[in-house]
Design a protein around this ligand. Structure first.
Ligand code: FMN
Length: 188
């Protein structure tokens, strides 16, 4: 079972190592990571490369050693594409069919199931534009993993309460959500 995780530029992308470890412990999966430009600021590509034993790709689409565009190679390799975490910006990209970076192009090119896991402050998550983009993605066939309040990364800065809850799914919520999709895919 091959999973492409497209991490976008939420501070919660720093939790990717924890998500990867839980998925590796509980499922038989190979994981390939694609990061957006903003995501690269929050997480170490070297750490993700070590944890997945695969190169980390993005933000730019490139051409693999066999001359195949990377977004095609990854879309064909994937049994599941997981957009984790999905920023408000990335939801807008995907809902509008943009292929402006490698991850967005993989989502467009993929014929396997796509799971989108929004991660942002509650105030952003509740905005009409974000709700609209999530509804569009669902109508287009993506599965949306609605965030819990885990963990409240960024809720405090310099000891000051920012008064807004950071929202993202916990590793166990991600596992629970994708396990049945992996089972269905393996059975098909
Ligand atoms: C410290 C910091 C934390 C951020 N966390 C989030 C977040 O949790 N969710 C979100 O939607 N945007 C967040 N942003 C804003 C995104 O990084 C920004 O919208 C960026 O353009 C997203 O690009 P991408 O979707 O291509 O990764 C954060 C920005 C900063 C500076």
């Amino acid at each position: 079972m091959n999973i492409v995780i497209y991490g976008s530029g939420s501070v919660h992308v720093s939790l990717l190592p924890a998500y990867i470890q839980v998925l590796h412990r509980r499922l038989e999966v190979d994981i390939s990571i694609v990061l957006s430009t903003a995501a690269h600021r929050f997480v170490s590509g070297e750490a993700l490369c070590t944890l997945t034993a695969r190169p980390v790709h993005g933000p730019i689409d490139d051409v693999g050693p066999l001359g195949i565009p990377r977004h095609v190679e990854l879309a064909e390799w994937a049994d599941l594409v997981l957009v984790l975490p999905a920023t408000a910006n990335t939801l807008a990209k995907l809902a509008n069919g943009f292929s402006c970076d490698l991850g967005a192009a993989v989502v467009l090119a993929a014929s396997c199931p796509v799971v989108v896991a929004p991660a942002m402050r509650r105030s952003m998550y509740e905005k009409a534009a974000v709700r609209r983009n999530l509804a569009t993605l669902e109508a287009d066939g993506a599965r949306v993993l609605r965030p819990g309040a885990y963990p409240a990364v960024g809720q405090r800065a310099g000891g000051a309460d920012l008064g807004d809850e950071g929202m993202s799914p916990s590793p166990s919520q991600v596992l629970e959500f994708i396990e049945p999709l992996c089972e269905q895919r393996a059975a098909s």
